[in-house]
Write a protein that binds this ligand. Structure first.
Ligand SMILES: Nc1ncnc2c1ncn2[C@@H]1O[C@H](COP(=O)(O)OP(=O)(O)O)[C@@H](O)[C@H]1O
Ligand SMILES: [Mg+2]
Length: 376
C-alpha cells in the first residue's frame, strides 16, 4: 500500500485537514479518491505544528487528595508518547480528564485545538480510549459488540460493516468474530478493546496499562499491535512498566505524585539523569605489566596519573589486572562530553594497547527510580 506523507492542507468537503497526513491501509479515503479532490495547497515546509494535545496547568483534586497537580505537556500529531509513573502517580486521572470523563479542577485541556469542556463532543470524536479495565459486554459476540460501539460512536451506518472488517484485520480478530466476548482469552479481549477504541477512526489513541494481566506472549503481541497502530496515529500509552515505554514510544513523560518530573527520549532521559558517565578501559602498557613487585606498582601508578591528568576525567581506578600484562581501569567523566576519542588518543600517545574501551550506559531503570517515589 503506498503511503503519502507530507505536510498539506486538503479541503475535504467542509472539513479541512491540516498537518502531517499519512495515508495507509486502514483509513477511509482511497488514493484514487484523494487524487480526485479539488486542488490542494502544499504548504511551505515546515508547517507550523500545532500540538494535537495540549495540557496546561492541569490540576485534579478528589476532595482532600490532589491526584494531578499543575501538569503541563504537549503531544504533536503522529507522536507516540509514553506516560510512565508508579501506581498512584495520576496517569489514569489525567487520561480521564483528557477523554472528558472527568472535569478538571483547574487548568486547560485542548485536543485538536478544541477545549475539553466547551467542545467535549469534538474532543471525544478525536479520541479512541482503551481504559485500564476495559468494560466489554461479556455476553455479546465480538461482531455484535463492535457494531454496537460503532453506533454508540455515531459512525454512519453505511460505514459500519467496512470499518468492522478493517478493525478485524488490523487487530487480528478474524478467528473470534462470532464468539462471545466473555469466553475469550485476556489477550483477545484486549484486541477487542483496541478495535472498539478505534472503530470511529479517531486520530488519537489513548491506552491505559494495555498489557496488565496478560501473559508474556500476549504482551509481546499487544506491544507489536500498538507499534503498528502508532504508525498512523497519535498515541498516548500510560504504564508503570518501564520497558513498555522504552520499546514502543518516541518520547516519555515521567509522572510522580501527580506532577511531571522529566520528559524526553529514552536517551535524553538517561543522559539527563546521569551526572557521571563511566568508561571502562582494558589496556596493556608498552612492555606489559611486570608480573609483580615495585615495577608493577609503578607501571599502574603511571597509567593512573596519565588518566587523571586528562581534562574531564575523574577518579581513575584499577579494577583488576589480567593475563598478558593487562589492566582494567574504570574512570568517571562528565556525562555531557563524549571522551571516547580522547581516551583512545591518550592510549596511542602512551603506547598502550587497548583491548577494551566502552562507555557504561546508565539504565532507564535507574533514571526512573531516581525520579519517582515508591508506590503509595
Ligand atoms: N475517584 C477517585 N476518588 C478519590 N481518589 C482518587 C480517585 N481516582 C484516583 N484517586 C487517587 O488519585 C491518585 C492518582 O490515581 P491514578 O490517577 O489512578 O494514578 P495511576 O493511574 O498513575 O496509578 C491516587 O492517590 C488515587 O488514589
Ligand atoms: Mg492507572
Amino acid at each position: 500500500m503506498p503511503t503519502i506523507s507530507r505536510n498539506l492542507v486538503v479541503p475535504l468537503g467542509s472539513k479541512v485537514m491540516q498537518g502531517k497526513f499519512t495515508k495507509g491501509a486502514s483509513q477511509g479515503t482511497s488514493l484514487q479518491e484523494l487524487s480526485e479532490l479539488p486542488a490542494f495547497h502544499v504548504l511551505p515546509h515546515p508547517l507550523p505544528r500545532t500540538p494535537m494535545i495540549e495540557v496546561a496547568h492541569l490540576t485534579k483534586c478528589f476532595g482532600p487528595i490532589t491526584a494531578v497537580r499543575d501538569l503541563s505537556f504537549r503531544v504533536r500529531a503522529g507522536e507516540v508518547v509514553g506516560i510512565l509513573g508508579p501506581n498512584g502517580a495520576g496517569k489514569t486521572t489525567t487520561m480521564r480528564v483528557l477523554t472528558c470523563y472527568l472535569p478538571a479542577t483547574s487548568g486547560e485541556v485542548k485536543v485538536g485545538g478544541f477545549d475539553a469542556v466547551e467542545h467535549s463532543l469534538e474532543v471525544r470524536r478525536r479520541i479512541g480510549y482503551l481504559p485500564e479495565n476495559a468494560p466489554l459486554y461479556g455476553d455479546m459476540t465480538v461482531r455484535d459488540y463492535l457494531r454496537f460501539m460503532a453506533r454508540v460512536r455515531r459512525l454512519a451506518a453505511r460505514l459500519i460493516e467496512r470499518r468492522i472488517q478493517e478493525m478485524t484485520a488490523v487487530c487480528g480478530l478474524q478467528a473470534v468474530l462470532g464468539r462471545v466476548i466473555g469466553e475469550l482469552s485476556k489477550g483477545y479481549r484486549q484486541r477487542v478493546g483496541l478495535a472498539q477504541a478505534l472503530i470511529h477512526e479517531p486520530q488519537i489513541l489513548i491506552l491505559d496499562e494495555p498489557t496488565s494481566g496478560l501473559d508474556p506472549n500476549q504482551i509481546a503481541e499487544i506491544r507489536q499491535l500498538i507499534k503498528t497502530l502508532g504508525r498512523e496515529r497519535t498515541v498516548i500509552l500510560c504504564t508503570h512498566i518501564l520497558p513498555e515505554v522504552s520499546m514502543t514510544c518516541d518520547r516519555i513523560l515521567i509522572l510522580s505524585n501527580g506532577g511531571l518530573v522529566a520528559q524526553g527520549t529514552t536517551e535524553e532521559l538517561s543522559r539527563q539523569a546521569a551526572g557521571d558517565a563511566v568508561y571502562h578501559l582494558t589496556l596493556r602498557p608498552p612492555q606489559g605489566l611486570p608480573a609483580e613487585g615495585d615495577g608493577r606498582h609503578a607501571a599502574l601508578g603511571e597509567v593512573r596519573a596519565k588518566l587523571e591528568a586528562m581534562p574531564g576525567i575523574r577518579r581513575p581506578e584499577c579494577l583488576e589486572t589480567i593475563d598478558g600484562g593487562r589492566a582494567r581501569f574504570r574512570v568517571s567523566a562528565d556525562a555531557a562530553r563524549d571522551l571516547g576519542e580522547e581516551l583512545f588518543r591518550l592510549a596511542v600517545e602512551n603506547g598502550w594497547t587497548l583491548s577494551e574501551l566502552r562507555r557504561e550506559a546508565v539504565s532507564l531503570e535507574e533514571v526512573f527510580s531516581r525520579l519517582t517515589t515508591r508506590e503509595k
